[in-house]
Design a protein around this ligand. Structure first.
Ligand SMILES: [Zn+2]
Length: 395
């Protein structure tokens, strides 16, 4: 196995920043980490990286595509979209599926299962639809939303097997609390989202086994002082992680900062990116729906409904630190260790430590991605010297 020594670099992970450091990647693992003054073991190649910062690879719990390609459209489009996000620092991805006809969702689940078995950077699938509140459906087609019936759930679990990593459920739907138990018992991370649930019902869902909130603040009631709703229930429960879409559009930077203050180690920065991420303005599809992207903001045609984002995780980092004023180690934690913990992989993903995966992102002084190693495989970053345009095609 080839060993690579990255030296003369600053390390930044959830434990903070360490200057003048080195790290050795050995195949798909980190085999040694040290500071200047400690002699590193010999390696097959050495790369000096003065003025740069190395972070763990970003883990995206929630995304739908990028570079003009959508995760619902089969294996080639999934691969194309993942390559775009890889160039922006994402090294492990959960593949989110929108509401579609049941047979089509089953087929998508089978495709993701096949891909996850072959590619360690594909974590599995996220059923964002079809168990959503119709009044809070966002960019999910209303005709494909269904109640969380145990027979439907069994069909989906059969199609996706253990590759189904997450499901979003509106707890007020008939049978929803039993569905939370059914999915949790199958090892699936259950998220509350796209919901009208009040605080009490949201707490019931958490007690039944839900541990995540799908893009907190979006597609749910806001905080009211006499009716706190799902947001306060999520803030208040230490068992629960809060997905946040930090693109400057989905939530105000001040609200993002408040979220990090209220739940500092329980925020996961996700993209919820649709096909336009890493692409440009224009016309796109999200599932069966038409979306127009203008000024980087994706809207369902003919509505004022935000249809996913055009975010990449490096941009979320810049927005968190440079715009919202979030501490850099906390922001990095929200992109790395926290999502790893949600997935039950915090012992091997999300830190720059010996034994952890060789998932690392090299950032320049402006937090642009220069190079990426995912499971030890190196690719060019979207902001690096070898990058072509915005990173599209940087395979
Ligand atoms: Zn989504």
């Amino acid at each position: 196995m080839t060993t690579t020594l990255l030296t003369d670099v600053e390390l930044l992970d959830a434990d903070g920043r360490r200057g003048d450091a080195w790290i050795i990647l050995d195949g798909d693992r980190i085999s040694a980490v040290g500071r200047a003054g400690e002699a590193p073991p010999t390696a097959d190649r050495t790369i000096a990286l003065p003025g740069r910062t190395l972070t763990p690879g970003f883990i995206d719990l929630h995304g739908h595509g990028g570079g003009g390609a959508a995760f619902d459209n089969g294996i080639d489009e999934i691969r194309a979209a993942l390559a775009v996000h890889r160039a922006h620092g994402t090294t492990r991805s959960v593949i989110s599926l929108v509401a579609n006809p049941l047979e089509q969702v089953e087929e998508s689940l089978r495709v993701v299962a096949e891909l996850a078995a072959a590619d360690p950077t594909v974590v599995g699938s996220h059923l964002e639809g079809p168990f959503l509140a119709i009044g809070r459906r966002g960019a999910h087609a209303p005709e494909y939303l269904v109640e969380p019936d145990p027979v439907v759930i069994a069909r989906l679990l059969a199609a996706g097997g253990s590759s189904i990593r997450q499901v979003t459920i509106a707890p007020e739907l008939p049978g929803a609390i039993a569905a939370v138990r059914q999915f949790a018992a199958a090892g699936v991370v259950v998220a509350v989202g796209h919901t009208e649930a009040d605080e009490k019902l949201t707490r019931e869902a958490f007690d039944a086994g839900a541990t995540l909130v799908t893009h907190i603040f979006n597609a749910m009631p806001g905080i009211h002082h006499r009716d706190p709703g799902p947001i306060v229930a999520g803030f208040d429960d230490d068992r629960v992680t809060l997905e946040l879409v930090l693109d400057g559009v989905h939530v105000h930077p001040s609200v993002a900062q408040m979220t990090f203050r209220a739940a500092p180690h329980r925020v996961a920065l996700v993209t919820d990116a649709m096909a336009a991420a890493g692409g440009g303005d224009g016309y796109y599809r999200l599932g069966s729906l038409n979306v127009t992207v203008q000024g980087g903001i994706a809207m369902l045609n003919g509505t004022q409904t935000i249809a996913g984002s055009t975010l990449t995780q490096d941009a979320a980092l810049r927005c968190a630190v440079d715009v919202a004023g979030v501490d850099e180690a906390l922001a990095i934690e929200a992109l790395t260790l926290t999502p790893a913990r949600v997935l039950g992989r915090a012992d091997e993903w999300g830190l720059l430590r010996v034994g952890y995966a060789a998932d690392v992102v090299l950032l320049d002084a402006e937090k642009q991605v220069e190079r990426v190693w995912a499971a030890g495989v190196e690719t060019a970053g979207a902001g690096g010297p070898d990058a072509a345009g915005a990173g599209v095609g940087a395979a």
